[in-house]
Design a protein around this ligand. Sequence first.
Ligand code: SF4
Ligand code: SF4
Length: 488
Amino acid sequence: MISRGNAFAAHLRDPSSFTVALSLTSHFDTAPVHNAGLADGVQAWFISGSRTVEGGPTPPELAAMVLDGGGEPVVTVPLADRDRERVLSDLHEYRGMGVRNLLLVTGDYPREEEEGRTPFFDIDSVQLLMLLREAHGADIEIFRDFFKGVVVSPFKKLEEELLWQYAKLERKVEAGADFIVSQAGFDARAWDEVVRFVRNAGLQRPVMGNVFVPDLATARRIADGLVPGLAVPPALLEKIASEERRGAEGRRETLLRAAKSMAVLRGLGYDGALLGGRLSGGDVGFVLEEAESFSSRWMECLEETTFSEERFTCFQPGAGGLNSDELRPVPPQKRPGVMYLFSHFVDYVAFGSWKPFFRLLTSISFFCDRRPFWYRVLWIVEYVSKRPPYGCRMCGDCTLYACGFLCYESWCPKRMLNGPCGGSVDGFCEVHPGKKKCFWVRVYEELKGTAERPGFVSPPIPPRNRSLDGTCSWINFCLRRDHRKFRR
Ligand code: SF4
Ligand code: SF4
């Protein structure tokens, strides 16, 4: 294992410096690695976790190229289509090469046209952080020094989406995230919201903004909804089209906007910026130089770098079109739904603090667990009572209590148990845009009956024990086999 100082982490943690990183490849851009190379003034190189160009270098090859050039790679670790064993084995490989920085992301749901891929989501980013934190034996040495980044998206339109983003960010930090990267977007008020939230919540983690410079083709793909989690407002799309038409002069305007965005991020208190898009070495040099020249006038750049759309904001408006520290009021609490009340009552009586019934259920569980016939009977009773109302798939480790009495197994295509992925669009799931609400939006709606500003009602949920699949969750709970076994 190669051991050396982590220049990127040190730079990002230094409050007197502003860190610049370059995205060498991103998962949604099919461009080859641009020729920015190991440019001066850049402290780290972000690499997509999957090969983005057919026949191009793999992520480990790219990481090796950066390391060979004396640079610091930050490798994106997507969790789509990989089980926990594969993810941890990848991390072993990266660590052996000398990679020290990771960006943990859920990853996109495979599109229909991507044949041969069976959608598969085993763990989420919170659960991976938990696995790394709880590593034991030789793995402690291997995983301890990773500098782990996570993503937050402030560009969500609805209260039901945005507030989960911040709640999940807190959860990620609690689970061991070392730095935060804001999703790419084009709205200075949203950028301000992230650093303000991090500061007010006392998260004490460095934050990087994301300055993405899309070309027209990529901007159109994003505007057409083909890149989950990203949006290009119509006004910006028009601007990019006009800049591309005007050749060199238009290109200069594009790059100046990127430079101004970097200056704004720095002015807002970000610790660094991640620059991405199809940029040459000359482009990067130009953007960095111009960003420096705008740094003292960053407030003047707010208008030019903001393409806002109507959306819920976390804070009340403040000076300069940004935010104040005062939380924005949310609509009042609703009445809980009948199904929620019923489920809550049953949960309280059978599995909660009402001991007599819980003791009885535990005795029944002991009895049935040792007798296959009676096990089957209880299994059928559970299936029949939970399949119609919740769509239960008998995963054997029930989390209804943590998700507003909705079943993530039957509703969320990515099986997100610790808050939403970043892909929802206007409240709808990225996999079924405009047709099916995001699971966590539905959870928020259910919990709105219990609080004005709902949040998580359980501690972070660890990776599922897959050996429980198809078993009776009631027995697993009572006999302490499910994820709650350590908490009672
Ligand atoms: S046991 Fe699993 S599949 Fe069934 S309702 Fe609970 S979470 Fe959903
Ligand atoms: S339901 Fe929500 S969290 Fe789940 S995949 Fe869809 S957008 Fe992501």
